[in-house]
Design a protein around this ligand. Sequence first.
Ligand code: PHE
Length: 443
Amino acid sequence: MTDTKKSIHGEWSSRFAFILAATGSAVGLGNIWKFPYITGENGGGAFVIIYLLCVAVIGIPIMIAEIMMGRRGRQCPINTLETLTEEAGANKNWHSLGWLGVIAGFLILSYYSVIAGWAMAYVVKAFTGSFSGEGAAQIKTLFSDLQASPGQQIFWHTTFMFATMSVVAPGVQGGLEKAVRFLMPGLFVLLMLLVAYAMTTGAYMQGLAFLFKPDFSEITGDSVLTAMGHAFFTLSLGMGAIMVYGSYLPKDISIAKTSILIACADTLVALLAGIAIFPIVFAYGLEASAGPGLIFQTLPIAFGNMTGGWLFGVLFFVLLVFAAISSAISLIEPAVAWVVENYNVDRKKASIYMGLATWFLGLGTVFSESFFEKIDYLTANLMLPLGGLCIALFAGRVMLQKHTQAELALDNETEYAVWKFLVSYIAPAAVFLVFLHVLGVFG
Ligand code: PHE
């Protein structure tokens, strides 16, 4: 393999384009929908600290590893792993890592699309003034009505899958890049607006205390697993999404700096969402542990009670839908790239097949909450950390040092040594210990 190898799917037009796309993948429902509700279910501050630690110690080194592997392999994760395994003269079993990722992405997208569909339904609700002047009880009913209507959910789930696949089909620069340009700044501005509203609720300090004042007695083995799993989920790690984006990355871009930047932006968005939501939760006497409906039962109260709220509500949910699309495209990209590379099928057809399969599986989430819970647990808490563990070991201990060094091109020896140590020892050990802990090995 030569160092000048390019991806057959094209390349990002610039470093900025890659940052936008990777941030687009990272920032999504995970930050705005999932982070607040799992924080609420796991008791707040202590959970947040564990999650932040996981992002820093496990997430960032693995993100660097994943992007690096993608750029070196220049293909979909499955084929990249084959190439890199061969290059390193390693055991063929490493190939299965690519498969694990493709399957995880497909499973995640199936429910992701249903939840994004809820956000789409809320665009319409905001537009028609359903939130205006309503109290917590009515807003809750709006949400349970949607839950009770499979027809509506299927309609929006279908619309979302359709939108996602029409971005995936045109390919890297045509679709993926254009879609993410305006999103991040817009989302950021609206989150700030919601934070400003949260300040007026009278429970702002209580919300902040819930988020940032740790009470470790709230933490169980399972909450540690959830925090770690979420670090993978929110950074799009452990399943090849960031790897496949890395494979479209031009040669001369610093992977390490870019990764840190993406992780910081992602974390900031999640924390802002938490800061906006929990004051509303406490001010209106809602349950922090309300589960997956949390943002749908809190944010509309804010929109319903501020001037111009219907407009901000529409904008917010529109942006949330776009943030979800820019994540969804990366969930399915490894599978689509794999079909294109291995079978004589064009991107358009590959997108249609994959989209249909995902859509079908999504019906499970529409009809059963426990189906969603099982898939979520399996993917975010088990498959992504396991994938991440293997990626760390592969990058740190299987790939030849001269290759990883050349690919990362860090000017400073110490930086490389730190990354190598984290990825070869600390990150795998941390994931492994959390798994053992959950299995009850420590009693
Ligand atoms: N990171 C995305 C989010 O937070 C979800 C995602 C997970 C995307 C895994 C790609 C891969 O919403």
